[in-house]
Design a protein around this ligand. Structure first.
Ligand code: AMP
Length: 451
């Protein structure tokens, strides 16, 4: 069947979203809005400022930033040529773009550390399943320009504060590891390759491929045979330098100081190449590492890999879709502010005209108001009021317009009375209660230099 129907009887095929990509419908937006609000609030409290990098970047940003031999770059990126033949990619993660932006805009000259956060959609050609999508939302925090282990712990603390605000604090456990500097890790990588040589046939296909490109990833493969082999693999502990050990001990000491429980996991390596020293993930206590809700780590080498000078950094990202999934599983509802206070019903052209001003005055005062502007009967307009579950309806007909009055109907009690049109806004405010008004003001603009 063609997309355009020429015959009235031919049904036009409805277009759906692509697999793993979904709409955010109004009910789910209540979760999104709440999570964003919590993130923005916690970020502001700690002096982080928001950054948005483009959804589309040169592929090079991620090839270099995430690592050419990572699963994300090799298998999961949405990459295509633009009309000028340049290779472009929809961003699969946030950090590489932030560092590209840090260098492009000379943020190295800003007071250090530079503390940024983002809330954005990301794209990975993953196998869609529960909690795993091809377009998903993440928020993330990055601290660029300091290498103190206290910052690693502050990042972890920030995530737990956000989980706590969402009612999810006790659901997740912190898994941490130290994977050393790029230098100490290179000796360990060699030891791993030596261990696995001769055992290739017991490895899954993906791990056989990873062995020489990214041997660390063999440690956290979930395939049964790979998992058994990785238990007996050399441990990084023996390869940690003095500096790595000190860093790791400090991280643990600070976590204890903040009463943040953690589990050490020497097979936790994270999927991306850029991590150094501390890495961590937040696991669902009941299901483990299969669907982590977030993770992060230190990435002291990334600024240099992206073309800058050696600059330490640390950050983490959490999946918003997965947080929403956990909130739903635990019957946690976000506060809803979408409830409507008043529906204004009208009958006749003159009444409709008057209503326009009344609706404006109500909204300006903070009363959440919908106007019923069609030509329906009062009865069906009141049905609409019930559908919106509004506590009050205002009814204006030509008699009321002539008399300068309006009817207030209490929808629950089914009672109604006339009030003077000039007093209607304050009468409604009295009924709703000053505290329940939607009095959000965007803040005042001020004059100043825009830079
Ligand atoms: P990562 O950097 O891959 O560890 O991703 C950080 C977090 O983003 C994960 O812990 C998930 O919560 C979320 N995430 C990553 N990939 C997906 C996906 N395909 N679908 C939904 N959420 C995802």
């Amino acid at each position: 069947m063609s997309d355009t129907a020429t015959d009235e009887n031919v049904k036009v095929r409805r277009i759906q979203t692509a697999p793993g990509i979904h709409d955010i419908l109004p009910k789910d937006h209540e979760y999104h809005t709440f999570i964003k609000k919590v993130v923005r609030h916690r970020a502001r409290q700690a002096g982080f400022t928001r950054i948005t990098t483009p959804v589309l970047e040169f592929t090079e940003v991620f090839k270099r930033g995430v690592g050419e031999h990572t699963d994300v770059v090799e298998k999961e990126m949405y990459t295509f040529e633009d009309r000028s033949g340049r290779s472009m990619t929809l961003k699969p993660e946030g950090t590489a773009g932030v560092i590209r932006s840090y260098l492009q805009h000379g943020m190295g000259s800003w007071p250090a550390p530079v503390e940024l956060y983002y809330i954005e959609p990301h794209f990975r050609y993953d196998r869609p399943q529960k909690g795993r999508y091809r377009m998903f939302w993440q928020f993330g925090f990055e601290v660029i320009g300091e290498d103190d282990p206290a910052l690693d712990v502050q990042m972890i603390q920030m995530a737990f504060k956000i989980f706590e605000d969402l009612g999810l604090k006790d659901i997740f456990e912190l898994q941490i590891n130290n994977i050393g500097t790029l230098k100490s890790r290179s000796q360990y990588k060699e030891a791993l390759i030596n261990y696995y040589i001769g055992k290739e046939r017991s490895l899954c296909e993906a791990c056989q491929d990873r062995l020489h490109k990214n041997p660390l990833r063999l440690l956290d493969c979930k395939e049964e045979d790979c998992s058994i082999l990785s238990e007996l693999a050399p441990k990084f502990e023996a390869y940690r330098s003095k500096e790595d050990k000190e860093h790791h001990e400090k991280v643990k000491e600070f976590l204890e100081e903040l009463n943040i429980p953690f589990k050490e996991n020497d097979r936790l390596v994270r999927g991306l190449d850029y991590y150094t020293q501390t890495v961590w993930e937040f696991w669902d206590k009941s299901t483990g590492g299969q669907n982590a809700v977030g993770g992060g780590g230190r990435y002291d080498g990334l600024v240099e890999i992206m073309g800058g000078t050696e600059t330490p950094a640390v950050g983490f990202a959490c999946g918003i879709d997965r947080l929403i999934m956990h909130m739903k599983q635990n019957n946690l509802l976000p506060p809803s502010k979408d409830n409507i206070h008043v529906l204004v019903a009208q009958l006749g052209d003159l009444a409709k005209k008057k209503c326009l001003r009344i609706i404006e005055a109500l909204r300006d005062r903070g009363v959440k108001t919908v106007g019923s502007m069609g030509k329906a009967s009062i009865k069906s307009q009141l049905k609409l009021a019930n559908k919106h579950q509004v506590p009050y309806a205002l009814i204006l007909g030509s008699t009321e317009v002539r008399e300068g009055s309006i009817i207030i109907r209490d929808m629950k009690k089914g009672q109604q009375r006339h009030v003077a049109m000039d007093n209607v806004v304050e009468e409604i405010v009295k009924l709703i209660g000053e505290d329940n008004l939607d009095k959000y003001t965007p803040g005042e603009v001020s004059l100043g230099s825009s830079d």
